[in-house]
Write a protein that binds this ligand. Structure first.
Ligand SMILES: [Zn+2]
Length: 199
């Protein structure tokens, strides 16, 4: 088994999703008028081509948009409620230094919630010691984690499905003896542990 390096991202600002105005102009310019075509070809059904925007634009849009019942906030609101460290990692996709995180070698029984919005993300029974320097889980709670390829296509980013907060990356096929052969490599700062015996 081996660890794929989690790496250190240069902190970048949020990318701008495809603007609505440019989408509309593309659609309207490609949409022919029905009347003129049916006048020319009255007997043939008119099939308009399916128009699809670049996949990346949609993917980013899904990340940026709120799912029903989710916990979206403006970046200014996040900055007000998160610590500078939490903001850098959760909102700016930073990475904590390996071996320094609060939960790297922590194995208490309970649930790990999103440090941004409090949504439960991982159960402690899915945590394992990867030796990589960051908390490792072999699976998240159902529907709690979103996956998206990094812009460079090298790694799969994982985010909190409710608030979009950056958690870390997920790696497959590293050979760890877990049920999924996956490693969710998560920043401790993105998590808040809740002991099982707390009420
Ligand atoms: Zn969250």
């Amino acid at each position: 088994m081996h660890c794929t390096a989690m790496g250190f991202n240069v902190v970048r600002t949020t990318s701008t999703p495809l603007s609505l105005s440019s989408t509309k102009s593309i659609f309207s310019s490609l949409n022919p008028t029905t009347t003129s075509l049916s006048a020319i070809f009255p007997s043939k059904p008119i099939v308009f081509p399916t128009i699809s925007a670049p996949k990346n634009a949609f993917r980013r849009g899904i990340v940026a948009m709120a799912a029903p019942g989710s916990l979206q906030k403006s970046e200014e609101e996040w900055r007000a409620i998160l610590s500078p460290q939490q903001f850098r990692i959760l909102r700016q996709k930073g990475t904590e230094f390996p071996g320094t995180g609060e939960y790297d070698k922590f194995f208490g029984e309970g649930v790990y919630n999103c440090a941004g919005c409090g949504t439960p993300l991982y159960r402690s029974i899915t945590k394992f010691n990867s030796g990589c320097g960051w908390p490792a889980f072999y699976e998240g709670l159902p529907g709690a984690i979103n996956r998206n390829p990094d812009p460079d296509g090298m790694r799969i980013e994982i985010t909190c499905a409710a608030c979009g907060g950056h958690l870390g990356h997920v790696f497959k096929g590293e050979g760890f003896p877990t049920p999924t052969n996956e490693r969710h490599c998560v920043n401790s700062i993105s998590l808040k542990f809740v002991p099982a015996n707390s009420s």
